[in-house]
Design a protein around this ligand. Structure first.
Ligand SMILES: Nc1ncnc2c1ncn2[C@@H]1O[C@H](COP(=O)(O)OP(=O)(O)OP(=O)(O)O)[C@@H](O)[C@H]1O
Length: 625
């Protein structure tokens, strides 16, 4: 196991500005919370209504009717008790009380039926609300500007919205319905008590305060703590993944990283545990104080009841009904108190979720409604610059060039020189901070992003191993109607066809070990598949970022020959460190520290004797020696 010294290697985590913002919210007083509850309930109701109007209406109406049935039960009980405790012979009293007792029984049965119905409506509503919340979230996560993912603040907020917020909506709906049911029950019991004697109702309401206070304090403590621990929990999840994922399993062993990772995990988990225990201790103290005060308050209510009977201010039958009403009120107030806690707590998470959605929406690039983006005949970059969030140096500066359909350009340069960043600008994945990137003289910023990307085929450096069939992997995201001939042609051009046919179910083989019967591919085979996917799109702009890094010599040679064959139909952007592959490019741009320092054909640049010539000569020497 790693020492604490090793565990300290990861940089310390600091709080974000949003935690400071929410801390003030969390310190809100009881009155503020009660003031805010209606807004939370209203927002939840609106969300539930959007998810399923019928079930929302049913849950509300049935709960309201159930509380009416409860008040009816209590008042019918008083009438039945009056008849039972009246003067006269027992059989006569029983006979007189019978209709009232029947009324009580009917009221109880009706209330049970209504409560069951409300439960059924809620059960139908919950999954719909969760789906709606997640759908809204994923609509945003898949449409925000790619640059958002470079911003750690966005990533933290997304994490909280995903892991806390979206899930909280479902719980919030249940808690809100419980809160409404509990509150209506409390109102029904309080009304019955008011009818029996107004003082009893006042005493009941005062007695409920300590329970409310304790529940809210516990909720606030828990929220504040979870909020402050978001970054640490993300680190724990990350470490857990690193130690349990198939993708990392080989390196964890080969690099003997086990001790380091476990050490980091244990050290972070220890800090997490002590933070959790601290909160649990403070919550227990608040709850204990709340229980003591609630107990004393309940005693007070019964003392008031006793005094009223003693002063003959309350008949015995009414006192009996009052005891029942107090018990019912206690049940309802326990439900309301516990759920007020949950509604407030889940409401805060829901607030995070809503805030995230608002902020994420602001990061969705919306272009004015213009004519459909035409396939690029000409791409021109003018004095473009790009700086990633929270970085000091720009990744690109002063980039200017033009490329026409039918041309192949190559971007070369050392690691970190800006090649991938430039390719992303050309594809409209990032927007330049200054300068412009135009397709057919139309700035990309004014085009609908999806319309732009439909014209792009891209093999990125870090392509994903999509857990779908081989065929699905090639057709992924493409508008083309399923076309076997086109799929096979793309696979052939990428050198993937024979390899796919050799799989157990050919093109229908599932490429994921996580599923029964799934297969995995080698690095080079995955790369061929990624290339086939880009070619299948048959897009007018093809960007290949290190498309042959994992290919064997024969496959590499065949791939670049195939790219040259179809080059006239499109604009091709090649990024590769293997300079021999780009000798045929119409123009080569050499990048250094985010700037173009040389440009020209292979012959021009070789004659120039600059950085390109130096890099080319270095590689050529490597092959000769
Ligand atoms: N998402 C990001 N957030 C912050 N900085 C980034 C990000 N992506 C790249 N950079 C930085 O921008 C600069 C250019 O990176 P880029 O990936 O464009 O280089 P490259 O020429 O493609 O490198 P390589 O040959 O290693 O692929 C580098 O300094 C890199 O650290």
């Amino acid at each position: 196991m790693a020492s604490s010294q090793t565990a300290r290697r990861l940089p310390a985590l600091r709080d974000g500005w949003w935690q400071i913002h929410h801390r003030s919210l969390v310190k809100a007083r009881l009155a503020t919370v009660l003031w805010r509850l209606p807004a939370i309930v209203a927002r939840t109701a609106a969300m539930a209504w959007r998810a399923s109007p019928w079930d929302t209406a049913a849950a509300a109406v049935l709960n309201l009717a159930a509380s009416g049935a409860m008040a009816w039960t209590l008042l019918a009980t008083r009438t039945a008790l009056q008849a039972l405790l009246a003067e006269g012979a027992t059989p006569d009293r029983l006979r007189a009380a019978l209709p009232h007792l029947l009324a009580v029984a009917v009221a109880v049965a009706v209330r049970s039926g209504l409560t069951l119905g409300a439960g059924w409506a809620l059960a139908r509503l919950e999954p719909r609300v969760l789906t709606l919340a997640e759908r809204r979230l994923f609509e945003l996560t898949t449409s925000v500007d790619l640059a958002a993912y470079d911003d750690p603040r966005f990533c933290d907020e997304l994490e909280r919205a995903r892991k806390g917020g979206a899930q909280s909506v479902q719980q919030l709906v249940r808690a809100t319905v419980d809160l409404v049911a509990g509150s209506l029950g409390l109102v029904a019991a309080a009304t019955a008590l008011f009818i029996l004697h107004p003082l009893l109702m006042v005493a009941l309401l005062l007695a409920s305060v300590p329970g409310f206070w304790a529940a809210l304090r516990a909720a606030r403590l828990s929220y504040l703590s979870i909020h402050a621990r978001t970054s640490r929990r993300r680190r724990l999840w990350m470490l857990a993944d690193l130690m349990a994922l198939r993708e990392t399993a080989a390196e964890v062993r080969a690099l003997t990283m086990r001790g380091y990772l476990l050490g980091e995990y244990v050290a972070t988990a220890e800090t997490e545990i002590s933070a959790e225990l601290d909160v649990a201790r403070r919550q227990a103290a608040a709850r204990a104080l709340g229980s003591v005060l609630s107990g004393a308050a309940t005693l007070g209510v019964y003392a008031v009841l006793g005094a009223l009977v003693g002063w003959h201010a309350l008949p015995l039958a009414a006192a009996g009904a009052a005891v029942l009403a107090l018990q019912a009120a206690r049940q309802s107030s326990t439900l309301a108190i516990n759920t007020i806690n949950r509604v407030y707590e889940e409401g805060l998470y829901f607030g995070d979720y809503n805030d995230f959605c608002v902020r994420a929406r602001a990061r969705v690039r919306t272009a004015p409604a213009t004519a459909a983006t035409r396939p690029p005949e000409r791409i021109s970059v003018r004095d473009a610059a790009l700086r990633y969030p929270n970085t000091r140096e720009p990744a690109l500066a002063g980039i200017t060039f033009t490329v026409h359909r039918g041309q192949t350009i190559a971007l070369v340069g050392e690691n970190g020189s800006g090649k991938t960043s430039l390719a992303r600008l050309i594809a409209g994945l990032y927007q330049p901070d200054s300068g412009t990137v135009c397709w057919n003289d139309v700035p990309l910023g004014s085009s609908e992003p999806e319309q732009v990307w439909r014209h792009v085929g891209m093999v990125s450096q870090n392509y994903w191993h999509w857990p779908f069939t081989a065929e699905g992997n090639i057709r992924l995201g493409s508008d083309h109607t399923p076309d076997e001939a086109a799929t096979h042609a793309a696979a052939r051009a990428a050198g993937a066809h024979d390899m796919i046919l050799a799989l157990p179910a050919g093109y229908q083989t599932l490429l994921s070990r996580q599923f029964e019967g799934g297969m995995d591919l080698s690095g080079g085979q995955w790369q061929r598949l990624a290339m086939a996917r880009a070619l299948f799109r048959d897009a007018p702009l093809l960007i290949c970022d290190e498309p042959s890094a994992a290919l064997d010599a024969r496959a590499e040679q065949a791939l670049f020959a195939a790219l040259r064959r179809d080059a006239a139909r499109r604009i091709t952007v090649l990024i590769t460190h293997r300079l021999a592959n780009i000798r045929h490019a119409d123009r080569i741009y050499v990048l250094h520290n985010g700037q173009i320092i040389e440009q020209g054909t292979h012959a021009d640049l070789s004659a120039l004797g600059g950085r390109y010539a130096e890099l080319f000569a270095l590689q050529a020497t490597g092959y000769r020696t």
